[in-house]
Design a protein around this ligand. Structure first.
Ligand code: ZN
Length: 193
């Protein structure tokens, strides 16, 4: 497996968040997403542009505090810091303050991401466990398991189902314990990834 590279917010020229809500670690869940749009990126330049496009959409169009995910991984094999390990996310209502949301940049309905991109997901999760940011007994979920969405794409979801820690059903919390999050306000008229 390749070595994990995490590109900092400075590295992709992120705008600052408008608000940061602290999240307690270690979290019990990891939730996998695809970006759908923007599509796959193959080089650091393309992946930086994808990060900026997602932050523009989430901040300027959706009105969120920041790009919604905690991290994203690119086809360049790099991981990109989004909200990071310890800020509440906006990627999956009810799971925003108890999970790390990872976006696999690209549209993975029919195709599998390149191996180095999948390796980056595994390395990032392992790193989070080692840092004490993700529980050792974490449960791995696809976004579609916690919300009405096709995300993270049929092909990627089939892959995620084969990974260690994949959970058919989330059992680490009971409903109601977690906050709904800023993305929930769009729940009724937005069904994006
Ligand atoms: Zn998603």
């Amino acid at each position: 497996m390749s070595e994990l590279v995490i590109v900092s917010r400075e590295g992709w020229h992120a705008r600052p968040p408008t608000l940061v809500e602290p999240m307690a670690n270690p979290v019990p869940y990891v939730v996998i997403h695809h970006s759908y749009i923007p599509g796959a990126c193959a080089t650091p330049q393309e992946c930086v542009a994808a990060m900026q496009a997602m932050q523009d959409l989430h901040q300027n169009v959706n009105g969120w505090n920041d790009i919604g995910y905690h991290f994203a991984v690119g086809g360049d094999g790099n991981a990109y810091e989004a909200r990071g390990w310890s800020a509440v996310g906006a990627h999956a209502p009810k799971y925003n303050n108890i999970s790390i949301g990872i976006c696999v940049i690209g549209d993975w309905r029919d195709e599998l991401p390149p191996q180095q991109q999948l390796d980056a997901v595994h390395n990032l999760i392992g790193h989070g466990v080692n840092l004490g940011m993700i529980r050792e007994d974490y449960q791995l979920l696809g976004h579609r398991q916690v919300r009405d969405t096709e995300c993270p794409g049929d092909r990627l979801f089939a892959e995620v189902q084969t990974w260690e820690h994949f959970a058919e059903k989330a059992t680490r919390i009971t409903e109601g314990e977690a906050s709904r999050g800023e993305d929930n306000k769009l729940f009724f008229f937005k069904r994006g990834p």
